[in-house]
Design a protein around this ligand. Sequence first.
Ligand code: 6LW
Length: 484
Amino acid sequence: MTQPVIPGMFPDPSVCRVGEDYYLVCSSFEYFPGIPVFHSRDLVHWTQIGNALDRPSQLRLTAETPASAGIYAPTLRHHDGRFWLIVTSVSHGGGNMVFTTTDPAGPWSDPVLLPDVGGIDPDLAWDDEGNCWCTVAGVQQYRIDPATGETFGTPQRLWSGTPKAKAPEAPHLYRIGEHWYLMIAEGGTERGHAVSIARGPSPNGPFEPCPANPILSHRSTDEPVQNTGHADLVQAPDGSWWMVLLAVRPGGGTPGWHVLGRETFLAPVTWSDGWPVVGELTSGDPGAVADLDDFDAGELRPCWVSLRDRSEEHCTTKERSGWLTLHARGSSVDDPAVIFVGRRQQHLSCRARTLVDPAEGSGGLAVRLDEDHHYEIEVASGEVRVLARIGPLRTVVASRPTPDGPVVLVVQVDERTTMWEARSGPDTLTFGVEEADGTVTSLATLDGKYLSTEVSGGFTGRVIGMYAAAGTVHFDWFDYQPLS
Ligand code: 6LW
């Protein structure tokens, strides 16, 4: 199966190039810090260099921010020596806002609000006269000043996409050769997702649709990679053109269940009669990069995300040197205010382990899709339990006594690969305790189907991490090992 170039829940990619360097950003929804920023020199191997929204003055999400709300679909561009990021905060009236910097690794500015720009999936493009055009889903266009948030004139409708196709969104405007191109996603971000394009003489159109639309879609195919859409174009220093896009890798039978969220893929683009032709997806190399974090570094790495906010008061590596200390907030792991620190699951089979000291509280290791869909292994005062939340069902699946003192908790995710097994779901999750001799005593194996986006709905994928349910819990290290 074709591999994503950025595996895990990194959807709605937007890319730009400055010299030999590519930069890419993605949606981040209810997670904080928000908007992961990646760097690459070849479009295939990417390194996360930071998060654009890493302080409350940039991103204020609260326990009332629903799952899959928050930060949607950014666009990243470079203009006049600065990086510009425009994004929609779909919560608390955040609306559309612009951030800027000279260093994409950060810090980024505080937001410039665009109160008069409606819609989602905002794009930025400048014309030769220096006008800045902001195009949003629908597809509507505004002329704005990104430095002040001022809007000029009235919004214009540019194109509503292919007749009978729904949800014209993710617009991006490009000046390429003699034409202005307007590329969109349409069909909705599920199995009907597609990319279409139109071109015209000016940034305001009129736009003529490509006769070959959609230029990319896997709908109605048995491709193992599905939901292809929400794309952005970039030209390489050698003049070749490339497309980054989102797609999913559903496991199990048809139509399957995807568990890693919508991931970032790459495809080559050639041109014919002034229209782009999208080639086969380029297989990435997510690599079997094990990732052990011993929390000795002081600052948390950019891959770690929390739910809606993060403060030193509840999450710190400065209280016990070389440990991550979480002070519980809320009442349980079901609580939207739960103190959680996790990283995206990026491989269809993988193992996560953590050494937890529950001496002053209870907490553990969770695999989370949202507040209503998560499994965890939790330790508290001499007992270790496996818990499951599937919609309205909340249950203790297994429990056993455990000696006082630190304990290593383990979750192993195994992709179901044989046809008969896979008919009942994409994978299994086995929760257990690692004994002193390194063997693992399993407590329970659960069906991964219920931690899939097809079951939970929404736009996110699995995040695996540590949480405090009550009191104070210390974590010495967290180890993530790909198994596939
Ligand atoms: C985003 C829309 C989409 O705003 O999903 O896949 C929404 N495309 O363009 C959230 O990711």
